[in-house]
Write a protein that binds this ligand. Sequence first.
Ligand SMILES: [Zn+2]
Ligand SMILES: [Zn+2]
Length: 368
Amino acid sequence: MIRFRGALLSKSGLPRPYAQSRPLEIAALELPDPGAGEVLVRIRAASLCRSDLSVVTGARPWPLPMVIGHEAAGRVVRVGANVTTLATGDAVVLVYLPQCGACARCAAGQPWLCETGVAANRKGELLTGGTRLVHRGEKVHHHMGLAAFAEYALVAEASAIRIPKAVPPQDACVFGCAVLCGAGTALNTAAIAQGQSVAVIGLGAVGLSTILGAKSAGASCIAAVDRLEAKFALARALGATETALPQAAPRGAFDHAIECSGTLEGFELAMALVHRGGKVTTLGLPGPDAAYPLKLAPLVADGLTVQGSYLGSCVTRRDVPRFIELYRAGQFPAASLVSHRIGLEDLNEALDRLAEGRALRQVIEFAG
Ligand SMILES: [Zn+2]
Ligand SMILES: [Zn+2]
């Protein structure tokens, strides 16, 4: 058994500013030793994503209490029985969907849609079944099989992907969500081909990662679209060849449009930006009730493709190492996605910055 500190959410929907309502409590937690198929990871760096905010607001219902956090890197410190891919001392990136390798979707070669993994996540449990976290004798749920805003995390083997030890954890952490989703969507889901044109809508960390993926795919034109001109300089530095406010983006001009803003307006714009035969891919997550009236005749007559992208259609054991290699080659400058470096106790203030759109990734750095 191990005792440590982590960010506990007991009640969602508290009012802003979070600096005052303080939804996240830095609480004393306990975890048992890892069981079969599990590892204990000492978290070295973790970053805050918009999905964490949706747990805090209650926009999506999750079982509470829960330790949140689903984007992190650390070191394996204990290994349970039957673990074959990891050893004590390994550096790992944690991934927010454990891919079981056995369900129908995994067997069909689509482990990013793993049914067992998503079912465990929705229950706030580990892929290996049940919860392990304890706070004052009460059971606590694990966010996305990770509960990574904590000094330690007990996770299923499939939730941790080994990376080279030389990669700094404060860079590695963003590969668990932002880079998998963004670059994965460009390279896997949209499968942008050399010389194609793409519009990327929404320039948060995921949109910027999408630009990195589009550049890596060899896109000849990468248009970065956002409501805030202040975001254009970084988008250009990471590979955008054009920048535009939404109203100024050229309609009917692109092979691909990738919606990363998580808004209905962003999706509507994506539909308008592709030419006939174009492909619209959306990875943004608006509220669960957001709806778009798809006109069927133009869908057919213009030969459009419209698709969603979960986890960037990534095979985590293949794609985390692949994207880390691009990072080591200087092509995925992860530190550019980070706007703030904070401590665990600064999370409520960080939630305010995220809610107000004043931050890219905010990375919690753990001492030691
Ligand atoms: Zn995320
Ligand atoms: Zn599966």
